[in-house]
Design a protein around this ligand. Structure first.
Ligand code: TPP
Ligand code: SF4
Length: 291
């Protein structure tokens, strides 16, 4: 086997993560670094996009290019990064409020576009940064500072929504299991279309209900091979994702290869936009046509 160009150290920055001990975000960080290393993706060809919440501090601890954007705007920023230079590996790291509340429009529509980006949702079923409020993924009857008489809304089913909107890679991971989470992230990055992974990430400080112990009982055990099937029918995937299961399935649910947005842009046929000579492009004619 040929020697690896990048070692795992090439993806580490000098700074130490400041999350609470046992926070699930550590597993996501490690899994992401291992996935990049296993795939030998050049750190200088990778862009991590996030904003400002607990897990979105992740870019400080991964040695790639990164951007912390405005709240709820990571997907459009990731999209423009990808369109400007489709040679880059672009990864979005989001929270459950970030993706399934403030960003819901961007989240839904990105699957129709199907650019080659990977979206990780660090789903802790609660808002951390603003100190323990009910989130769009909180279960019914959640007690928190924003719902002191318990929540009565039903939670958003992000994966079912993504599948309905045309997602071509839909998966769930669990932060107790770094080996499988790494494998899922690797598959998502390899997938040449928009990939989404909902990651069950217990917030050990603020979420005293959906704890690791809570999930141990409920999550499928991949070592026992209880779930590990990839569904090829979108209808079946939506049905399974929308039907409460005895155990929460983790792994890749649905995968399909279609045309990426980039592949359908004639402007990107030969080179990424950043490598093209735009000096002599005359936009006057087209401006006149539509003015
Ligand atoms: C436009 C806007 N509205 C509200 C906020 C306040 N705010 C900051 S973090 C946050 C919740 C983040 O929750 P989530 O995305 O689930 O991540 P977590 O912190 O739970 O990991 C909110 C409401 C903000 N920063 N910007
Ligand atoms: S508050 Fe929760 S989500 Fe944030 S670092 Fe601590 S355990 Fe993790």
């Amino acid at each position: 086997m040929s020697e690896k160009k990048y070692s795992s150290k090439d993806y580490w920055t000098k700074n130490q993560p400041t999350w609470c001990p046992w926070c699930g975000d550590f597993t996501i960080l490690n899994s992401l670094k291992w996935a990049l290393n296993n795939l030998q993706i050049a750190p200088e060809k990778t862009v991590l996009v996030a904003w400002i919440w607990c897990g979105s501090l992740m870019p400080y601890w991964v040695k790639t290019y990164w951007m912390c954007t405005l709240h709820g705007r990571s997907i459009p920023v990731a999209k423009w990064v990808k369109l400007a230079n489709n040679d880059l590996t672009v990864i979005v790291n989001a929270g459950d409020w970030d993706s399934l509340w403030i960003w819901l429009g961007h989240f839904s529509h990105c699957f129709r576009r199907n650019l080659d980006i990977t979206i990780l949702i660090d789903n802790n079923w609660i808002y951390w940064l603003t100190k323990w409020q009910t989130s769009p993924t909180s279960q019914k009857l959640t007690f928190s500072s924003s719902t002191p008489f318990w929540s009565i809304e039903t939670p958003v089913n992000g994966l079912a929504l993504a599948t309905l909107m045309g997602a071509t890679f839909v998966a769930r991971g669990f932060t107790w299991d770094q080996k499988w989470l790494t494998a899922i992230i690797e598959e998502a990055i390899k997938h040449k279309w928009t990939a989404v992974i909902d990651i069950l990430q217990p917030c050990v400080t603020f979420n005293k209900v959906e704890t690791y112990e809570f999930y141990f009982d409920k999550v499928e055990d991949l070592e026992k091979n209880t779930w590990k099937k990839i569904i090829s029918s979108r209808e079946e995937a939506v049905k399974i994702l929308s039907t409460p299961q005895e155990k929460i399935p983790v792994w890749i649910f649905y995968k399909e290869d279609l045309s990426t947005y980039e592949n359908q842009c004639f402007q990107l046929e030969k080179w990424p936009l950043v490598s093209q000579d735009i000096e002599n492009i005359d936009v006057e004619k087209i401006m006149k046509k539509f003015s």
